[in-house]
Design a protein around this ligand. Structure first.
Ligand code: CP
Ligand code: NVA
Length: 305
């Protein structure tokens, strides 16, 4: 059997996605049942970007399963001094049981996976954040029940977190509406492929400009920072472009009365979301963050058996 990786949500089919969510629910309900699943196994986590949720939840998940996480940052590996990705993949594969990597170029993670003989998990690249999407779907299911047919409204940047959420929602047969300013749309190739997957599963993808149109009657309203890691030089231009795209109480009021608000965090209150919304009664962001742990446990069990 070839090595399983999780580089994007497209590495999963619909049945596997739903099975992962079910396993995450079971892990949340009975954490003690998991002990020992990774006994004697080592997981390398190499991050070249900051992280709170991903780093701490993955390390905790590995420890809960009885494994040993090794965390390295930036130039702590020779990779940061120019050792080829392929050589790194080859040597780490001789010792470890999985690699979680967070970095900039998605192609670097693909290169790592091409040469690794152990599972590689994307812990965020400039283009994708599959672990976040799994926690997001788990959280929606917890709060609203069956995913199929529900509508997600994304307001803001067509970025890494959005790509993965759209791919996961498409597999689950959900309807996704995204409102972005001109120039900050999601990747057109990813959107074309994702729209086809959504259609196959009874869902849809709709790209819009107007946040109100995206949010109207939606079950879930989601946003993310306007300026992602690595985009700091674009801060002034992006903050200007995203004026009018804040999820505030007036915008939330356009969604379904039972709608939930989600954000992968970290958040900037007063930029992409008002404090009133993220700290208000419709916000489920703490459950969403907690579920990063349970979904990562499910991913580890799926990849490492
Ligand atoms: N949501 C998320 O991935 O958070 P971190 O950047 O803190 O890991
Ligand atoms: N889009 C954000 C997500 C952080 C979890 C970033 O890439 O910085």
């Amino acid at each position: 059997m070839s090595t399983r990786h999780l580089l994007t949500i497209n590495d999963l089919d619909a049945a596997t996605l739903l099975a992962l969510l079910a396993d995450a629910r079971a892990a949340k309900a009975d954490p003690a049942a998991l002990h020992g699943a990774l006994t004697g196994r080592t997981v390398l986590m190499h991050f070249t970007k900051a992280s709170t949720r991903t780093r701490v939840s993955v390390e905790t998940a590995v420890v809960r399963l009885g494994g040993h996480p090794i965390f390295t940052r930036g130039d702590e590996l020779q990779l940061g001094r120019g050792e080829p990705i392929a050589d790194t993949a080859n040597v780490v594969s001789r010792w470890c049981d999985a690699i979680f990597i967070r970095t900039f170029a998605h192609a670097d993670v693909e290169e790592l996976a091409r040469h690794a003989t152990i599972p590689v998990v994307n812990a965020l690249t400039d283009d994708h954040h599959p672990l976040q999407a799994l926690a997001d779907l788990m959280t929606i299911e917890e709060h609203l029940g069956e995913l199929q047919g529900k509508t997600i409204a994304w307001v803001g940047d067509g970025n890494n977190v959005f790509h993965s959420l759209a791919q996961a929602a498409a597999l689950a047969g959900m309807h996704v509406r995204i409102a972005t300013p001109a120039g900050y749309e999601a990747d057109p190739e990813i959107m074309r492929a994702t729209a086809a997957i959504a259609l196959d599963h009874g869902g849809s993808i709709t790209e819009l400009r107007d946040p109100t149109e995206a949010v109207a009657g939606a079950d879930v309203v989601v946003t993310d920072v306007f300026v992602s890691m690595g985009e700091e030089a674009q801060t002034a231009a992006k903050l200007e472009a995203f004026r009018g795209y804040q999820v505030d109480a007036a915008l939330m009021a356009q969604a379904a009365p039972t709608a939930i608000f989600m954000h992968c965090l970290p958040a900037h209150r007063g930029e992409e979301v008002s404090g009133e919304v993220i700290d208000g009664p419709q916000s489920v962001v703490w459950d969403e963050a907690e579920n990063r742990l349970h979904t990562t446990v499910a991913v580890l069990r799926y990849l490492l058996g």
